[in-house]
Design a protein around this ligand. Structure first.
Ligand code: PLP
Length: 431
């Protein structure tokens, strides 16, 4: 992006409190405008920090979150999967601002623990908009949701049915079935889901226990890449709907889970899912989904400071390269490299030595004392990075901040600056 294009966009900042600097946009919209806005805010923030003289923590890594991006993803979902009502998977990024926006847009929520449920309800969202989509629930959490009236929940085994019978017999149950998740980034079916061999027996048991089964759910694996996995899972769900009817249940809802990604494969997956749904389920059946990363992945950008540098010479080629150390790593917001198989791509936010004709090679490391704390094995920039420079990473909204630890005494409370590149989101959020 040309620097002049960035400088041309005026931004107006107004600070509401010490935690959050609310940025008011000038009403322009769109993904490209969003990128420029985020760039502007990143640069604005680092200009206010002098790593040479600042207090400990002032130069910590920070996020800029463009809520307009989430708004655009919401519209994109509506255009492609009108029949499917999203229930945002809170675990992916439990930022209250995300929940607030998605709630105002009419979405529901997928929660898996007491804390997630309390967070959503604490924001004034009705319990009927929550699905407790954890097939293996903690007993005390189950008692807690019975009190709150969070009725919708999933199950995939007989013991869970006995537990629910004892603690919340009026719950509305979704039978989670196994899927072929072999084409997904993070497989879930090793841990959850009833195979079609045992769904009939589970439905019969639920009937005997006089429990209320209201639907079927599945999850094709997080970061799914094969549209056929959705097609197969929808057809399997149809089989289970018919089994349930034979047992005397009248199922009303199909939950197609999460696994949606935000790149252009989304449209391909959505088309396959849409067609499978229309083939197998009449319009009278309510369809819900549990997208997580789809909504937030692209909305968050992370800026990190270069805290140290080491020059290394390859003993064979004699070529020089650099190891640079950032103030965030795999024990922090980059745990996604290990648990979520992400490959965050570094870009330069500020470099004191400017552009160079020839490329310089780098490996990029986190701040902890662990040798495994490496962000990028090999990358090259047309500039010589130095201590005090800043890098940024896009697409850092999913399974990042929520998984960060305090290992080695480094913080996991990274500041988020919220911006909005869409007037629709600004109107809802008040910035
Ligand atoms: C993690 C999870 C999701 C969200 O998955 P994404 O891949 O982020 O869309 C949805 N439903 C359940 C039950 C999950 O465990």
């Amino acid at each position: 992006m040309a620097p002049s294009a960035i400088e041309n966009i005026p931004i107006e900042c107004k600070t509401l409190n010490q935690e959050n600097d609310w940025i008011v946009t000038n009403g322009r919209g769109g993904a490209e405008y969003g990128k420029i806005l985020v760039q502007n805010v990143l640069k604005d923030r680092i200009a206010s920090i002098d790593p040479a003289t600042c207090e400990p923590g002032e130069e910590d890594a920070f996020f800029v979150a463009d809520m307009g991006e989430i708004y655009r993803q919401h519209l994109r979902w509506k255009m492609n999967l009108k029949r499917v009502k999203p229930h945002y998977a809170v675990k992916c990024n439990p930022d209250p601002e995300v929940i607030r926006l998605l709630a105002a847009l009419g979405n529901g929520f997928d929660c898996a623990s007491k804390a997630e449920i309390d967070l959503v309800i604490g924001l004034g969202i009705d319990p009927s908009r929550i699905i407790y989509a954890q097939p293996c629930k903690t007993r005390s959490h189950l008692r807690h949701v019975a009190k709150l009236g969070v009725k919708q929940m999933t199950f995939d085994n007989a013991d869970e049915l006995y537990k629910i019978k004892e603690l919340f017999p009026s719950a509305e149950l979704y039978l989670r079935i196994l899927t072929d998740d072999s084409a997904s980034r993070c497989r879930l079916s090793l841990k959850f889901g009833a195979s079609l061999d045992c769904t009939k027996a589970l439905l019969k048991l639920a009937k005997q226990l006089e429990l209320s089964v209201v639907g079927v759910s599945f999850h094709v694996g997080s970061g799914a890449s094969d549209p056929q996995s959705f097609v197969k899972a929808v057809h399997d769900s149809r089989v289970v709907f018919d089994q349930a009817a034979a047992c005397g249940f009248d199922l009303k809802t199909l939950d197609v889970g999460g696994g949606f990604i935000s790149d252009s494969l989304f449209e391909v997956m959505a088309e396959a899912l849409r067609e499978a749904l229309d083939d197998c389920f009449p319009n009278s059946i309510r369809i819900i989904g549990e997208p997580g990363r789809y909504f937030v992945s692209d909305a968050y950008t992370l800026a990190c400071n270069v805290i140290a540098r080491r020059e290394v010479e390859d003993p064979i080629t004699g070529v020089n390269s650099y190891m640079v150390y950032l103030n965030d790593g795999v024990y922090g917001n980059f745990s996604s490299i290990i648990w979520d198989y992400q490959h965050p791509v570094p870009s330069i936010l500020s470099a004191q030595h400017g552009i160079r004709e020839s490329a310089v090679e780098y490996s990029i490391w986190g701040p902890s004392c662990d040798g495994a704390d490496r962000i990028t094995k090999k990358t090259a920039f047309h500039c010589l990075l130095d201590v005090g420079d800043w890098l940024y990473f896009r697409e850092m909204g999913a399974y990042t901040k929520c998984c960060a630890t305090r290992f080695n005494g480094f913080t996991n409370e990274h500041h988020v600056i919220y911006v909005s590149s869409e007037a629709g989101a600004s109107a809802i959020l008040g910035y």
